[in-house]
Design a binder for this molecule. Structure first.
Ligand code: PLP
Ligand code: COI
Length: 362
């Protein structure tokens, strides 16, 4: 199939204006959903077919549907923004489309053509554009995902798939609204190993991270940082964000993407913006003991996490069974705020977009 506009069926019972305004006043993250969703089906014999935008509704799945047993599932996360001039745009959506294809390949799933991915995101935002929250930093978070939909219990790649996009009004990812987050170091659990699925955005990675995330929450932290699986020493990433470390000589380090961490689109954008402002950006391994030593000596001055949902979030302190340490003064660092400002201003059409990252909708 080709990517003209998909057939559209309006939701006969959309959320009414008053209730929507109430929901949009403080949407938080991931709880307030729009009225419509995209579905496209795939089967080995028909290929991609039956694309549509219809009312958002529960799915009916046979209990033997493959995804429910073997977790053959992938997803993406990207945001639509209302720009300063009132138009709407997506941020680097082609990068999400390509990462979705890479994730599909790793999970033995069919690759959705880039144009279908882009059309599905654009069309859903157009249809549900009255769901942009009027709050500071408000956006529509799109969640494209694909599940193995064949009804079969044999362990093999499914012969049928369902691709969907749902949309959610988004404010702050972190509920506390604190200026900097607390990180818990997971000493027992790892997220990904060489040859595994760490670089794919598949639900299984998140399922296996949850026990560590609960440990973080039990210890009063917001997110867990995972170390490498072989030596339990090298910092990889957080449960849902990439990490950066800034030093007093203007060096910015981020762990390399060599198969065990997600190739974050925010990460890549920050690398470019940081280089443009003269920072010496290096993609190299950084050890947890070194992080503690450098934070204590003052050589490490700032650290931040980044991702679509979290944007750029300062890391204030790091906690583990070996004790805690604080980064800088424990609040947002100056360079972190500068980089965040640069990124957000491009995303919202406030600053020029020399990289062509902002893709208009409509
Ligand atoms: N790492 C993980 C594990 C994530 O879930 C995410 C979020 O998507 C990221 C990093 C950041 O990726 P991106 O900047 O593309 O959102
Ligand atoms: C995102 O930032 O889009 C993520 O996927 C992180 C998390 C919400 C899973």
């Amino acid at each position: 199939m080709t990517a003209g506009a998909f057939p559209f069926e309006a939701n006969p019972n959309p959320v009414d204006d008053a209730r929507r305004a109430e929901l949009l006043a403080d949407p938080g993250f991931g709880r307030v959903f729009t009225d419509h969703m995209v579905t496209i089906r795939y089967s080995d014999d028909k290929g991609w077919h039956d694309a549509k935008v219809g009312p958002r509704a529960p799915l009916t799945l046979d209990p033997a549907t493959a995804v429910l047993h073997y977790a053959q599932e992938i997803f993406e996360g990207l945001k639509a923004y209302r720009l300063a001039d009132g138009t709407m745009a997506l941020f680097r959506p082609e990068q999400n489309a390509r990462r979705f294809q890479r994730s599909a390949k790793r999970l033995a799933m069919p690759e959705l053509p880039e144009e279908l991915f882009l059309q599905s995101c654009r069309q859903l935002v157009e249809v549900d554009q009255h769901w942009f929250p009027p709050v500071e930093g408000g956006s529509i978070y799109l969640r494209p995902f694909m599940i193995a939909s064949e009804v079969f219990l044999g362990v093999k790649p499914s012969a049928e798939y369902l691709y969907m996009v749902i949309a959610s009004a988004a404010g702050n990812y972190f509920k506390s609204g604190a200026p900097a987050i607390k990180i818990w170091v997971s000493e027992h659990y790892t997220r990904a190993a060489p040859g595994g699925t760490g670089a794919a955005k598949c639900g299984g990675n998140y399922a296996s991270s949850l026990v560590a995330q609960s440990e973080a929450i039990r210890n009063g932290c917001d997110q867990v940082v995972f170390l490498d699986a072989a030596e339990h020493r090298w910092i990889e990433e957080l449960g849902g964000m990439n990490l950066f470390f800034l030093f007093d000589d203007g060096t910015l380090i981020t762990p390399p993407t060599d198969g065990t961490i997600l190739e974050g689109i925010t990460r890549e954008s920050i690398i470019e913006l940081a280089r443009e402002q003269g920072l010496n950006v290096r993609e190299e391994r950084y050890a947890i003991d070194q992080w503690r030593a450098d934070a204590t000596s003052g050589k490490l001055v700032e650290a931040f996490a980044c991702g679509t949902a979290a944007v750029v979030t300062p890391v204030g302190s790091v906690h583990s069974t070996n004790g805690s340490f604080t980064i800088g003064a424990g609040g947002p660092g100056q360079i972190t705020q500068q980089l965040r400002g640069k990124l957000v201003n491009i995303q919202r059409g406030i600053a020029p977009d020399p990289h062509g990252w902002v893709q208009p909708i409509g």
